[in-house]
Design a protein around this ligand. Structure first.
Ligand SMILES: [Zn+2]
Ligand SMILES: [Zn+2]
Length: 152
């Protein structure tokens, strides 16, 4: 699943700008590693990013990919999803958005919703803290998996 070339370009510019501001060296490898996350809506994990980058840069190591992704998260150009270390997935979409997770194939898709952005929470959170933003994760069967189920 790919996004528009225009959107990828915007994400790349955002990354280049963030590196420049933070004084992080913009290497060819880092650029290609970021591109691998930025060009897709699939929220890839580190192994998937590594496999994609290796097709263009055969000498890249998995360790380099891990470290570069960690740097990008620190820079705020990527966010992470998931909890266990192996299954951390990376997201180059820095606009406020929500996720639909398919419980069958594991695909994670972005979607936008004004009402979810302004999720009304009441007194149940009073003792917990003040809400600054909302991220909702919905789980279900994606349309792709649903149509396969019909064919089976
Ligand atoms: Zn699915
Ligand atoms: Zn996302």
């Amino acid at each position: 699943m790919s996004i528009t070339a225009e959107e990828t370009r915007e994400r790349m510019e955002h990354f280049v700008e963030a590196c420049r501001r933070a004084g992080v060296k913009l290497t060819h490898q880092r650029l290609e590693i970021f591109r691998e996350v930025a060009r897709t809506t699939a929220h890839p994990d580190a192994i998937t990013v590594y496999r994609g980058v290796r097709r263009r840069i055969p000498t890249v190591s998995l360790d380099t990919v891990y470290r570069a992704l960690a740097t990008m998260v620190e820079l705020g150009v990527l966010s992470t999803l998931g909890s266990s270390r192996e299954k951390v997935r990376f997201d180059a979409n820095t606009r406020p958005h929500h996720h639909f997770v398919c419980v069958r194939c594991g695909i994670i898709r972005d979607f936008y919703s004004d009402s979810l952005d302004q999720l009304a929470t009441g007194e149940e959170l009073e003792d917990v803290g003040r809400v600054e933003s909302a991220h909702v994760e919905l789980r279900g069967i994606c349309s792709n998996c649903a149509s396969q189920a019909i064919q089976d």
